[in-house]
Design a protein around this ligand. Structure first.
Ligand code: GDP
Length: 420
């Protein structure tokens, strides 16, 4: 079967609450494991006298993938009758944040696993916060190990109550809360008769019901300008269509100035040919009716879905610089095709490993720190909020010659810049 569609999911939760077991069980029940993996794990369990663990199935999967994948998250695939899934299994939340912020990995939905017996823990909260930070809104809370609490509804309700208060404050509204026992396979593929009080769907049916984001072709047009070439008396504007589509005759608006014109013709470099249309993912050159002396860094959009333009924005950043990120220091900000000088004007919050919400005022962000900051740029820049448009909502911070951090934009700050 020529397959359907792919949904990328990240599985998070406190250590030992059962993330790997949930993933292993999903792979097992959907028969998506590499050949011989189950037998191998059974055999090792028997030889070492240890109990069979679904979690070990992931190791088999990982080994098989090592040849191909180089980023430090493992991408595990499985499929249901509805579609394909890629599960992103990061070794830790730092790696996940780094990959998500830099664009090396992306997840549209998340499973937040909570141990029914242990209840909501520090890391459960931190991971929930991380999801809100990354703008992942399609979250399922999975209350696992229900077997350890005799499948009691009250236990499930207490956790649901606690998490919904916490997540609600972060603006994350889980689609579903699902009580399961990953180990015993309750509420995985079929409705559990151990929990007749639960009227919702089992996990697999649940994730199949998650609606995908619109395809990038159907999103608003975003064409960051890479270069402008002069041929004879024509100017060809070159770039990659990051989202949306365009065709000859379309009315377009070029930001930051916000000037409007029409597309006269389209050229593809690869084909040395004229075309009528262009789609997300394609690198093209366009000729427009009115030439405004456009330059690299500007963004072409359609009229109805303008991007944001400002000299200041709020962002969540991940810092990997040798020197700490410091307020007032000049950095180079690379955002889509734009490169501009910028500085952090304030550090709102630093999230460290021990506390979710820190009230301490910080003057800098250390190596591996995650923080919410305000960035000011020397001149107005064009961008989007990451949640709306990942490519134009993400940036890299360069310190000297080194990439020292990455960030995603959460909101615009200050007044709208006017060019009139
Ligand atoms: P992770 O650290 O979140 O990936 O947790 P694991 O998947 O490694 O699970 C930690 C331990 O909990 C393992 O010993 C699992 O067998 C056990 N476990 C996972 N799910 C269940 C469950 O539904 N019921 C019970 N009783 N144990 C479970």
């Amino acid at each position: 079967i020529a397959n359907k569609e792919v949904l990328k999911i990240v599985v998070v939760g406190h250590v030992d609450h059962g993330k790997s077991t949930v993933i292993g069980k999903l792979l097992y029940d959907t028969k998506s494991l590499p050949e011989g993996a189950v037998e191998k794990v059974r055999k090792i369990a028997k030889e070492t006298g240890k109990p069979f663990e679904y979690a070990y199935l992931l190791d088999a999967f990982e080994e098989e993938q090592k040849q191909g994948i180089t980023i430090d998250t493992t991408q595990i695939q499985f499929q249901t009758t509805k579609r394909d899934y890629v599960i992103i299994d990061a070794p830790g939340h730092k790696e996940f944040l780094k990959n998500m912020i830099s664009g090396a990995a992306s997840a549209e939905a998340a499973l937040l696993v909570i141990d029914a017996k242990e209840g909501v823990q520090e890391q459960s909260r931190r991971h929930a916060y991380m999801l809100s930070l990354l703008g992942i809104k399609k979250v399922y809370v999975i209350v696992n190990k229900m077997d350890l609490v005799d499948y009691k509804e009250e236990v499930f309700n207490v956790i649901r109550q606690e998490m919904s208060t916490f997540l609600g404050a972060l603006g994350v509204y889980p689609l579903k809360y699902i009580p399961i026992s990953a180990f015993y396979g309750e509420n995985i593929t079929s409705q559990s008769d151990k929990m007749p009080w639960y009227k919702g769907t089992p996990i697999i049916e649940g994730i199949d019901a998650i609606e995908r984001d619109k395809g990038i072709e159907d999103k608003p047009l975003r064409l960051p300008i890479q270069d402008v070439y002069k041929f004879d008396d024509r100017r060809i504007i070159a770039g990659r269509i990051e989202s949306g589509q365009l065709k000859v005759g379309d009315k377009i608006t070029i930001y930051p100035e916000g000037k409007t014109t029409h597309i006269k013709s389209i050229a593809y470099w690869a084909e040395r040919d004229q075309k009528e249309q262009g789609f997300a993912g394609e690198s093209i050159g366009i000729i427009v009716e009115d030439e405004f002396f456009n330059k690299r860094g500007e963004i072409i959009t359609n009229e109805t879905n303008p991007p944001l333009v400002a000299e200041s924005f709020r962002a969540s950043i991940f810092w990997m610089g040798k020197e700490p990120l410091t307020i007032g220091k000049k950095y180079k900000i690379k955002l889509a095709t734009e490169e501009i000088e910028g500085e952090v004007s304030s550090i709102i919050k630093v999230i460290d490993a021990t506390s979710l919400d820190s009230n301490v005022t910080h003057q800098q962000v250390e190596l591996n720190g995650v923080a919410e900051v305000i960035i000011n740029t020397k001149e107005p820049v064009v961008f989007d909020v990451f949640r709306e448009s990942p490519v134009t909502g993400r940036f890299v911070i360069v310190d000297g010659y080194d990439v020292a951090g990455g960030g995603i934009i959460t909101q615009k700050e200050g007044e709208t810049v006017s060019f009139s």
